[in-house]
Design a protein around this ligand. Structure first.
Ligand code: IPM
Ligand code: MN
Length: 351
């Protein structure tokens, strides 16, 4: 019996999570596993109504789950940062979800803005460090609001935090068993402290993985190559900020926010999976948003629980949808409504 926490969140989050849960019900029947859902209503509406972002008791409850499915966080009537930091980043930090895993895979039938590249060329995974770097919140103001104001925002890179992320990336590359190549993405030519530590840790851990080849690329060059030669990449490991940026580029080349999913993973604890597209307030309640990203997040969640066959069924169904059924992936352009797409996938996973 899996304990699954469900946090639909804001905007279109609840709509896409509803479809993912339909698929969960359907795939659990064919693959014979049981689960128990606990719903959490944290998000913008609750914050506006009660002033509460995420109580400490919620974090304690999250710890009792096996996994969490998140919809989206971000509300047009709430100042940016409050919900993102208070819910998403706080959960990542408190549950020590130190890996942000982002597969970038172009499915058949999906439009990519990269000319002459297809599913054979776009299939890689970014392993982003998820609890340190510029996201650690280190720094502060001096003389705030004056002409002499100073703002400092420091990147925190601990040997322990960096090494565990790199180690995860090597293990993941080995297990993925594709080209077995791991690329370190950094900026060793300028950030000569942070990425010196990263590079040393990377090279040291590499000696334990003789079956995995390695290379290195600066983050700016990676942005060029994602567009020009995405086929060069198998698995990429990088810090929190660079990972944030390059995975949005990755999402675009795999077909956009309608399909991009990711996981906030604590390999020894409770992980949280999410469609990365955000709350899309302008489409809220219209039944036109694409639920495939949330459904793919469910796939990652089930794989994390060890339900590999269920994950494979979902991926196959998603490929059938993109390759044979949907007109497009963007909201309102699918040729079907949100709930119809969910119904279709729930049916397809049984075949
Ligand atoms: C992401 C998002 C978050 C991040 C925001 C919403 C805080 O952009 O998951 O990539 O920057 O990590
Ligand atoms: Mn981001």
């Amino acid at each position: 019996m899996y304990k699954i926490g469900v946090m639909p969140g804001d905007g279109t989050g609840p709509e896409v999570v509803r479809e993912a849960l339909k698929v969960l019900e359907s795939v659990s029947e064919v693959e014979n596993f049981k689960y128990e859902l606990t719903h959490y209503d944290f998000g913008g509406d609750r914050y506006i109504a009660t002033g509460e972002v995420l109580p400490d008791s919620a974090i304690d409850e999250f710890r009792l789950q096996d996994v969490i499915l998140l919809g989206a966080i971000g509300h047009p009537d709430v100042k940016p940062g409050i919900l993102e930091k208070g819910i998403l980043l706080r959960t990542r930090f408190e549950l020590d979800q130190y890996i942000n895993l982002r597969p970038v895979k172009l499915y058949p039938g999906v439009y990519t803005p990269i000319k002459d590249k297809g599913p054979d060329e776009i299939d890689f995974v970014v392993v982003r460090e998820n609890t340190e770097g510029l996201y650690a919140g280190a720094g502060g103001f001096l003389k705030k609001g004056t002409a002499d104001e100073v703002a400092v925002q420091e990147s925190i890179n601990t040997r322990k935090g960096v090494e565990r992320c790199i180690r995860f990336a090597f293990e993941y590359t080995r297990e993925r068993n594709m080209r077995k190549n791991l690329t370190l993405c950094g900026k060793t030519n300028v950030l000569t402290y942070a990425f010196d530590l990263w590079e040393r840790a990377f090279n040291e851990v590499a000696t334990e993985y003789a079956d995995v080849t390695t290379d290195y690329a600066h983050v700016d060059a990676i942005c060029m190559w994602f567009v020009k030669n995405p086929e060069w990449f198998d698995v990429i490991v990088t810090d929190n900020m660079f990972g944030d940026i390059i995975t949005d580029l990755g999402a675009m080349i795999q077909g956009g926010m309608g399909i991009a999913a990711g996981g906030n993973i604590n390999p020894e604890g409770v992980s949280m999976f999410e469609p990365i597209g955000g709350s899309a307030p302008k489409y809220t309640g219209m039944n036109i948003i694409n639920p495939l990203a949330a459904i793919s997040a469910l796939q990652l969640l089930l794989e994390n629980l060890g339900e590999k066959a269920a994950g494979a069924r979902i991926e196959k169904a998603v490929i059938t949808m993109t390759g044979e059924k949907l007109k497009g992936l963007a909201a309102g352009k699918m040729g079907y409504s949100t709930s119809e797409v969910g119904d279709m996938v729930a049916e397809l996973v049984k075949r």
